[in-house]
Structure formats: structure tokens, C-alpha cells
Design a protein around this ligand. Structure first.
Ligand SMILES: Cc1ncc(COP(=O)(O)O)c(C=O)c1O
Length: 354
């Protein structure tokens, strides 16, 4: 068996048999080939009068995917697009974890949606805490797996802690984990050199998830992406809603892809503002620790997180209180805003520091 064949076989062994057997819904626009010809569309019961969105969107998002493929240096057929990463993450679990039988490994403190997806899909989770420095405990992770652990979710940069994980540790997990490794790079534009997207070529058990919600400045359009071996993408396409990415999203994201210079400038500005906050915040006496961050937010330890959270709300500033997460007692997670917003934050913190 060639290694290509082996990868395909291995992926099919992980997937739920009912998904492999599933006959997906065939949408009207997938049943013919137009070869660029202008067609009269009487197939989908749409209103024929042009409202700019009276037609269904391209169900496979071909134009958008080929543009993303170009930008990421991968093949179009290695891309699955979802209604935000939230949909992508849920879809991955749906395809690969048998309810009531398979398990997923989570690494607390971690992004809350993984547990929600697991609960929705009836999938048991095993928690392998990060180390004291919020790094991967590779040995414990690999020791925790059994024949039912199908997936592990690794957000890097991590939410809520903000730090990236070491590339060697990610590789050690890719080598030793016997299921899918979902590397959630939602904030990767803020730490581009940490991206592991290049490892896709080597590891067929890697799924890289990215989003247009953070650095790309498009949280409102809801576009999440996953990049993986073609076999994984084929299975995800089988279970997706026929028109899961709407026309406006496809158009706006295509436009944003042509504006990456602007995005880079914004990322640069956010990182400069982050540096400024990191200079200002240590002067606030109730801030005990500022954890290292590779993202557009950082986690701070304070004296009393609930009180400080409420005081900020009173001053018109909303941050996140992730204190209920493992090893995050009395912490707040603060997103870097505009210069004006950050000035308001610093002033508010100073008025609380008495
Ligand atoms: C690590 C991580 N992954 C995924 C998401 C969700 O992103 P999306 O807006 O694409 O659903 C978030 C949002 O906060 C996140 O922090």
C-alpha cells in the first residue's frame, strides 16, 4: 500500500461508518456542468427577479476556495468552509466521533466551544491540563489516549491564556496521537511564525482550523476554514448543509482577500497597542500577573476578578472573566482595542486602583 493509500484508509477507519455510508443531499446546482455557459435556471424554485441574492449561493464555494487555496499554498480540495469555526469544529466531531462511544481530549484551560460541541454530539471528553506555564503536557496527552480517543483539540494561540504552543510539542503529538489532531489557529495572524499549516503535507491526521473572525476583521460574516487531507474534507462536505456559506459572505471574504495589506497594517497596529498596554498595566497595583500572549488579547491575574470585572462594567468596559477555567482563578481576559479604547481601559483601571 502506498503512503497515500494508507492515509486514506486510516482516515476512513476513524470516521463514523454511517457518515461513510451517507448519501449526501444533492443540490440543484451540483447536478449539471455549465462549462461557463450562461444557463436559464429553472431548477431550484427561486424567484427569477434579480435582487442580487435571489439565487442560491455556490454550494461548494469554488471561487472562494480557489482564492483561499492560493493564499494558503494548498489545494482547493483540502479546504472545508463553515459558518464560523464553530460550525467547522462541530462538523469535525460529528464526522469522527460516534456518540456514546468515542472520546475527545481537551486541554484545559481551553476554548469553551470544544466541550459544547462534545456535549451536543454525545462525546465524552478527557481533560489533560496544560502545564503550570500553560504549555502542552505531551507525555500525559499521549498516555491519556485509548482506542476510543478520536480527536484532540489544540488551540494555538490558546484561548483564554493567549500563548502559542511549541512546534516540537505539536509535532510530538502528531506523531504519537492515534486520532485526529485539530489545531485551532484562530489567532494565528498575530503570531504568524507559529502556524503549523505547513505540516499538512506530512501529517494526514492534522486538521488546521482558521477563521475570518479575528485578525481578518470579519466576525460578522461568519467564515471559518479547515485545512486537511482531502479524505477528511470529503467526509465533512458530505454532512454539511447544502448552502452553508451565504452569497454575501462569499463575496465579502473574496474582497477581504484582496485587502491583506490593510489586514497586516491593522494587525501591526493591534500588536503595537498590545505592547503599550503591557507597559502601562504593570503599574496597576491589583494586577498581579500578565501572562505571555501571542494573540490580540492577554490574560491577567488580579486580586478579585469578579469585583474588578464589575467595576469595569460600571465604567462602560466589557472584558471576559474566565476565572472558572482550570488554573485561571481571579483572572480577566482583555482584548486589545483601538488606541482610544485602550486609553479608556487604562484610565478606568487607574480609577479602580485606590
Ligand atoms: C480558539 C478559538 N477558536 C474558534 C473560535 C470561534 O471562531 P469563529 O468566530 O470562527 O466561530 C474562537 C472564538 O473566540 C476561539 O477563541
Amino acid at each position: 500500500m502506498t503512503s497515500k493509500m494508507k492515509a486514506k484508509e486510516r482516515i476512513l477507519q476513524w470516521a463514523r461508518p454511517e457518515i461513510i455510508a451517507l448519501k449526501p443531499y444533492q443540490s440543484a446546482r451540483q447536478e449539471f456542468v455549465s462549462n461557463g455557459r450562461e444557463m436559464i435556471l429553472l431548477d431550484a424554485n427561486e424567484n427569477p427577479f434579480n435582487s442580487t441574492v435571489n439565487r442560491y449561493p455556490d454550494p461548494m464555494q469554488n471561487k472562494l476556495k480557489s482564492r483561499i487555496a492560493e493564499a494558503k499554498g494548498i489545494d482547493s480540495n483540502q479546504i472545508f468552509l463553515g459558518n464560523g469555526s464553530d460550525e467547522v469544529l462541530n462538523q469535525l466531531m460529528l464526522v469522527f466521533c460516534k456518540p456514546g462511544k468515542d472520546k475527545a481530549i481537551l486541554l484545559p484551560p481551553t476554548f469553551g466551544m470544544y466541550q459544547v460541541c462534545a456535549d451536543i454530539n454525545g462525546v465524552e471528553t478527557l481533560a489533560v491540563p496544560l502545564t503550570k506555564n500553560f504549555q502542552l503536557d505531551v507525555e500525559a496527552i499521549l498516555a491519556a489516549q485509548d482506542k476510543h480517543t478520536k480527536m484532540i483539540f489544540i488551540p494555538s494561540p490558546n484561548n483564554p491564556t493567549g500563548n502559542c504552543f511549541e512546534r516540537e510539542d505539536v509535532i510530538a503529538i502528531l506523531e504519537g496521537f492515534k486520532g485526529l489532531v485539530v489545531l485551532d489557529e484562530a489567532y494565528v495572524e498575530f503570531a504568524a511564525k507559529y502556524s503549523c499549516i505547513d505540516l499538512l503535507e506530512q501529517y494526514s491526521n492534522l486538521v488546521v482550523v482558521q477563521t475570518f473572525s479575528k485578525a481578518q476583521g470579519m466576525a460578522g460574516v461568519r467564515l471559518g476554514m479547515s485545512f486537511a487531507h482531502r479524505q477528511i474534507i470529503d467526509l465533512m462536505n458530505k454532512v454539511k448543509a447544502p448552502y452553508n456559506i451565504n452569497t454575501l459572505t462569499q463575496e465579502l471574504v473574496l474582497k477581504r482577500l484582496e485587502e491583506q495589506g490593510v489586514v497586516q497594517q491593522e494587525v501591526h497596529q493591534i500588536l503595537l497597542e498590545k505592547e503599550r498596554l503591557l507597559i502601562e498595566l504593570p503599574a496597576i497595583s491589583f494586577i498581579k500577573t500578565i501572562y505571555p500572549s501571542h494573540a490580540n488579547f492577554f490574560l491577567i491575574k488580579v486580586d478579585k476578578s469578579k469585583q474588578r470585572y464589575n467595576q469595569l462594567i460600571e465604567r462602560g468596559i466589557v472584558v471576559r472573566n474566565p476565572s472558572k477555567n482550570l488554573n485561571c482563578a481571579n483572572t480577566l481576559r482583555i482584548t486589545v482595542g483601538t488606541t482610544e479604547e485602550n486609553n479608556a481601559l487604562i484610565s478606568a483601571l487607574r480609577t479602580m486602583d485606590i
